[in-house]
Design a protein around this ligand. Structure first.
Ligand code: ATP
Ligand code: MN
Ligand code: MN
Length: 375
């Protein structure tokens, strides 16, 4: 009888929400390669192809050890012909020619730089690329019109490129807590997104805010924003109202992956607590302009009625692929899952839950803790 990988092979589910995916895994060389191809497929607006590469990478992340031979992949889900070809080349030659060619291509590099600007999606980046824009710096002098988000994105580009650390996320958590406490007694905040999955860095910080008395949370964000702005803690913010009304939802509007909570996409001005401890500049040239005493940090604030909290928490913890497969799994079970609710399409009723565990149970899934949702 075989042992090792084949035992896993036989039991690994095809949906990311059926397996445990830790943050640290054993196949980073392979997954980095596949995720670069996924990213490039996104840059070519080929979503199907992108998801296929992401699924394959995710399967490798869930393996108990490093892949050394192609035979070890036998029977694993989501590994199509193309992925196998890439993996084979890396196992045999240490690198994939397709990946290296893509990595160095002008289109990939320009699209990576341009979509790295806050407020810029693939469509806009592609238009700019066609107009000869290659880098955010090209936008400063160009006549291309930028919206408010993109202007902030260009202005703070160098700051926002630097990953946010867990320490910075915790510091921002303290600030948000103080703001929320000041405007609504008893409101609760929860760190979600990648940091809740145990990541040590992130591209932003995500928070959920709720209040134990349903309805009290309504209209909270404009007050929080005013509190923060009065203290010069925000560089940018865009706040949207809640537009979710359960009675008008299913089946008129099947849930999308965008939710409709009251939310604020923002850029915080985080004072560096260590700035005061730094050596003063030695000469006139290396002044404050080069190393400001603050850092721009992307922060997402989402307000949820407490009755939807478990769904919002599950929906905002990620990873993105884990969420996608949760929704696909629900669909295949005759249910419809969003960050607001779970609807049973056959019984024509909503399935309530006050914890993530209950939602997994409704879906007939084994509970996967946040630290193992790094699909
Ligand atoms: P990172 O560390 O890079 O920030 P992350 O996993 O936290 O990684 P985010 O883009 O911050 O990634 O998203 C966190 C989660 O919130 C994801 O699972 C995503 O599906 C969900 N999410 C993000 N934006 C929205 C949105 N507009 N509507 C609904 N859900 C969203
Ligand atoms: Mn995040
Ligand atoms: Mn986010």
């Amino acid at each position: 009888a075989k042992s090792g990988p084949s035992a896993v092979t036989n039991t690994m589910g095809a949906y990311a929400c059926q397996r445990k995916t830790p943050l640290e895994h054993h196949n980073a060389v392979l997954t980095d390669a596949l995720l670069l191809l996924a990213e490039n497929a996104d840059f070519c607006t080929n979503e199907g192809r992108s998801v296929a590469f992401k699924r394959a990478a995710s399967v490798l992340k869930a393996l108990p050890g490093p892949v050394r031979r192609m035979e070890e992949l036998q029977g694993l889900p989501c590994l199509g012909e193309h992925c196998q070809r890439v993996i084979k080349e890396i196992l045999e030659h240490g690198a994939s020619s397709e990946v290296e060619m893509t990595r160095h291509s002008e289109h990939y590099q320009a699209m990576k730089a341009l979509t790295g600007i806050f407020g810029v999606g693939v469509k806009t980046a592609e238009q700019w690329h066609r107009a000869g824009i290659r880098h955010p710096a090209d936008l400063v002098s160009s006549e291309h019109k930028l919206n408010r988000a993109q202007r902030a994105g260009v202005e703070y580009y160098e700051h926002l490129r630097v990953p946010v650390t867990k320490a910075e996320a915790d510091r921002i958590g303290e600030i948000v807590k103080r703001a929320v406490d000041a405007v609504l007694l008893g409101a609760e905040i929860t760190l979600t997104g990648g940091f809740r999955r145990g990541k040590q860095t992130g591209h932003d910080v995500d928070f959920l805010i709720t209040h134990p008395d349903e309805g009290r949370e309504e209209g909270l964000l404009p007050k929080v924003v005013s509190w923060l702005e009065a203290r010069d803690l925000l560089l940018y913010q865009k706040t949207n109202k809640n537009s979710y009304l359960e009675a008008k939802e299913w089946p008129a509007r099947p849930p999308s992956n965008m939710d409709r909570f009251e939310r604020c996409f923002s850029i915080f001005k985080l004072q560096r607590p260590w700035a005061a401890l730094e050596e003063p500049p030695q000469s006139g040239e290396r002044g404050a302009a080069e190393t400001p005493g603050w850092k721009a940090v992307r922060v997402d604030l989402v307000v949820t009625p407490v009755s939807q909290f478990a769904f919002a928490l599950l929906g905002w913890t990620g990873s993105q692929l884990f969420e996608r497969d949760l929704r696909r799994w629900a669909g295949q079970k005759g249910m419809s899952l969003s960050s607001h609710a779970l609807y049973d399409c056959e019984q024509k009723r909503y399935l309530r839950a006050t914890s993530e565990e209950e939602i997994f149970a409704h879906l007939g899934l084994e509970y996967i803790p946040p630290g193992e949702r790094n699909a």
